[in-house]
Design a binder for this molecule. Structure first.
Ligand code: NBP
Length: 501
């Protein structure tokens, strides 16, 4: 039996596991590593002999567990689902009461709730932690969203706080020096205890859903500038670069500017023009949308972003349909292009506000459903650094929840109300322009519909409920009676009084 030397251990040495292990070791923690295929572990340990904390390569799971100080902390970074269950099954007989398993994969939050229950019953502790920021984040500072008991969190906290991205606690800006290869100390660490059982993975899922929305919105802005205004990728790269200096300052806008400036190494053409227009997905956007439907909470913009990827995937059908189906006979754009580019920027900003409002509404509903107490201001703050949706804008969300922790909807916060008041004329102009030119903008237009629906005291669902009562006796409530009293009339009745013409 080997000696217990390591502070923490990690199982699963693919992209995320290797990078997170190096990040942990860089912060002075000795870490044991294990992988199903031993050669991958050996290569990894051999390639990184001089980390400050040190890597301890383990060939067997037994040796791996024995190399950890108690209470043992084991991070799992393998595929979500069956692979995660299999690894946990292997660990259970080797671990002892009070030991902690931390699932850093993209687990579905209800799997995390189940696993936490099962492991608690066996005397083990379980933390389901969202890890955001991809490979780069894992290596140099991710955003970390841990869920589980607060007691278990106390054991993980020193490691998670050390390795997470750091932002200025007042401005929320990523700290100087928080760059690849330069671990920084001080500042607000982009991790916070999220809540019990599946709360961390739930918040990570919503983060990913918001990410789907952000990416699709950027694509719609690009599509309008390309297909209505006739701008080149390089010109659009400059525009996104400019946008990154203002309200839209964010990682995704920044990388979009880079991408649009990139030449294809093979042909020299704009790189973006040689990439096939079919997008893949791994499922977290779908989970977010399905969960929104399950809870009856409107999140149409995230759902449209998922469907947009689905529509992109039926490439052959679209190619055939383009030769059959017609669009509008739109004239060449002769307006002021600079003005329209600014209108598109404003439309993007308004749509983004609505998409985030929907994401935070989802978390608000989920906390009721699962009996969590989420701190939305802190959640927005830990998204400021390390993760894919990191953006200056998130500071405004933190400030909104500081002004009113019970805020019903971000749209009602004075800052966001002001932003939409200032930009909505452009937003409407852009949505109308897209319809006129036949450009598909599902997130811009669904966000506008969400906004218009949310601000409308009387929607047309009075008629819908009457239809339901007509064909299914589903009853209706009356505007002149208290809520919760239900009525029904028999349909159709030829002798019932009709409205006079
Ligand atoms: P993968 O999700 O591709 O996981 C593969 C790794 O798990 C391999 O090293 C594999 O070993 C190991 N593994 C072990 Br140990 N036991 C396994 C088993 N029973 N079945 C299958 N694999 C097993 O790695 P990843 O892309 O680094 O992602 C890790 C987790 O992090 C996932 O849950 C992912 O969703 C999440 N995540 C990924 C990203 C990202 O940008 N990639 C971002 C955020 C979160 P082997 O060498 O023997 O095959």
């Amino acid at each position: 039996m080997s000696e217990a030397v390591s502070e923490i251990g990690l199982i699963g040495l693919a992209v995320m596991g290797q990078n997170l292990a190096l990040n942990i070791a860089d912060h002075g923690f000795k870490i044991s590593v294990y992988n199903r295929t031993t050669s991958k572990m050996e290569e990894f340990v051999a390639a990184n002999p001089d980390t400050p904390g040190g890597l301890v390569g383990c060939e067997t799971l037994e040796g791996f567990v024995a190399s950890l100080k108690r209470p043992r902390k084991v991070i799992i970074l393998v595929q979500a689902g069956a692979a995660t269950d299999k690894v946990i099954e292997g660990l259970i007989p080797l671990m002892e009461e009070g030991d902690i398993i931390i699932d850093g994969g993209n687990a579905k939050w209800d799997d995390t709730i189940r696993r936490e229950k099962e492991l608690t019953a066996k005397g083990l502790r379980f933390i389901g932690s969202g890890v955001s920021g991809g490979e780069e984040g894992a290596r140099f500072g991710p955003s970390l969203m841990p869920g589980g008991t607060e007691e278990a969190w106390q054991y993980l906290k020193p490691v998670w706080e050390a390795i997470a991205a750091k932002v200025d606690p007042d401005t929320g800006k990523p700290l100087e020096g928080a760059e690849p290869g330069k671990p920084v100390e001080g500042g607000f660490s982009c991790t916070t205890y999220i809540g019990p059982d599946g709360a961390g993975h739930y918040v990570k899922m919503v983060h990913n859903g918001i990410e789907y929305g952000d990416m699709q919105m950027i694509c719609e802005a690009y599509d309008l500038m390309q297909n209505v205004l006739g701008l080149t990728p390089s010109e659009m790269g400059d525009i996104f670069g400019e946008w990154n200096k203002g309200d839209l300052d964010s990682f995704l806008i920044e990388i979009t500017a880079d991408i649009l400036k990139q030449a294809d190494p093979v042909t020299g053409k704009p790189f973006v023009d040689i990439v096939l227009d079919t997008a893949g997905q791994k499922g977290t956007g779908k989970w977010t949308s399905v969960n929104a439907l399950d809870m009856g909470t409107p999140a149409p913009t995230v759902a449209e972003a998922v469907f947009a990827r689905c529509l992109s995937a039926v490439k052959e059908e679209r190619v055939a349909a383009e030769t059959i189906l017609t669009g509008p006979d739109a004239p060449e754009f002769t307006g002021d292009k600079t003005e329209m580019v600014e209108a598109i920027r404003q439309a993007l900003y308004c749509s983004k506000i609505c998409s985030y409002a929907q994401g935070f509404q989802l978390m608000r509903e989920a906390q009721k459903e699962y009996n969590w107490t989420l701190d939305f201001g802190k959640i927005a703050q830990i998204f400021r650094g390390g993760c894919i949706i990191r953006a200056a804008f998130l500071q405004k969300i933190t400030e909104a929840y500081a002004r009113d922790p019970e805020l019903a909807n971000l749209l009602l916060d004075p800052y966001f109300k002001g932003a939409i008041d200032a930009c909505q004329a452009s937003w409407r102009k852009v949505v109308a322009l897209a319809a006129q030119y036949g450009v598909s903008i599902p997130t811009f237009s669904s966000a506008l519909s969400y906004y218009d629906g949310y601000r409308t005291a009387r929607l047309p669902q009075n008629l819908l409920q009457a239809q339901r009562d007509y064909f299914g006796a589903h009853t209706y409530e009356r505007v002149d009676q208290p809520r919760g009293q239900f009525y029904h009339i028999d349909w159709p009745k030829p002798d019932r009084p009709q409205i006079e013409a």
